[in-house]
Design a protein around this ligand. Structure first.
Ligand SMILES: Cc1cc2nc3c(=O)[nH]c(=O)nc-3n(C[C@H](O)[C@H](O)[C@H](O)COP(=O)(O)O)c2cc1C
Length: 199
């Protein structure tokens, strides 16, 4: 019953533009409730969240006003042949995937094709004709490591779109690049995909 109602909820967005928000284990995930609320201000948008377990350390999942899927959901939903496979249902459901924040760990995993949790399985199964936006967020020292630029370039070579990080005083006290883009910048970028200018 639970499985069926979950699946139903992934089939009931009507004609809305479906935004899947991915959250990874950066402190910037604390902005998740705000980001979801701002996206929901657009009546033509529906939102679901897919979160890593580490991301849930930084925000209260009960404060996210939409369904947030975890690794536990992925494994509980499938018990036998013909059961829905959550990461495939989510990639079918979504018109756009925005990963905000994208931490260094998941950046590295996506760059090399690793898919060991729900979020990275959605990415691995993603239809590259649909937009995938990513918002890196990490400590400045991590950002400055030469592997970061290589991995960001790999993601761009797959057709994914970077919403660049910003320079700021980070939560750890360091100052410099690595802060996640502002929520308003992320919302404005997503908006471009469902509010196309009239021709
Ligand atoms: C307090 C704290 C803050 C962290 N902030 C960040 C961050 O902003 N960016 C980042 O790349 N990693 C950060 N990390 C490390 C990630 O949480 C860690 O690499 C984790 O394994 C990521 O898992 P995930 O990619 O599956 O979410 C932080 C860890 C802690 C304990």
């Amino acid at each position: 019953m639970q499985k069926l109602s979950e699946l139903d909820s992934l089939q009931t967005s009507g004609s809305k533009f479906r935004v899947l928000l991915g959250l990874t284990g950066s402190v910037a995930a604390l902005k998740a409730p705000l980001l979801v609320r701002q996206l929901l201000e657009f009546p033509e948008v529906d939102v679901r969240v897919v979160t890593t377990d580490h991301a849930t350390h930084f925000y209260d999942i009960s404060e996210v006003p939409v369904r947030a899927y975890t690794d536990k959901d992925e494994w509980e939903m499938w018990t036998k042949r013909c059961d829905p496979v959550l990461h495939i249902e989510l990639r079918r459901w979504a018109d756009l995937f925005v990963i905000a924040p994208l931490d260094a760990n998941t950046l590295g995993k996506i760059a090399s094709g690793i898919c060991d949790n729900l979020l990275t399985c959605v990415v691995r199964a993603w239809d590259t004709n649909r937009p995938l936006l990513f918002c890196p967020a990490m400590n400045t020292a991590m950002w400055n490591h030469p592997i970061t630029a290589q991995q960001v370039a790999s993601l761009k070579s797959f057709g994914y779109i970077e919403i660049p990080c910003i320079s700021k005083k980070l939560v750890c006290g360091d100052e410099g690049k690595g802060g996640m883009a502002e929520v308003s910048t992320i919302v404005d970028t997503v908006k471009q995909y469902f509010q196309k200018p009239a021709v």
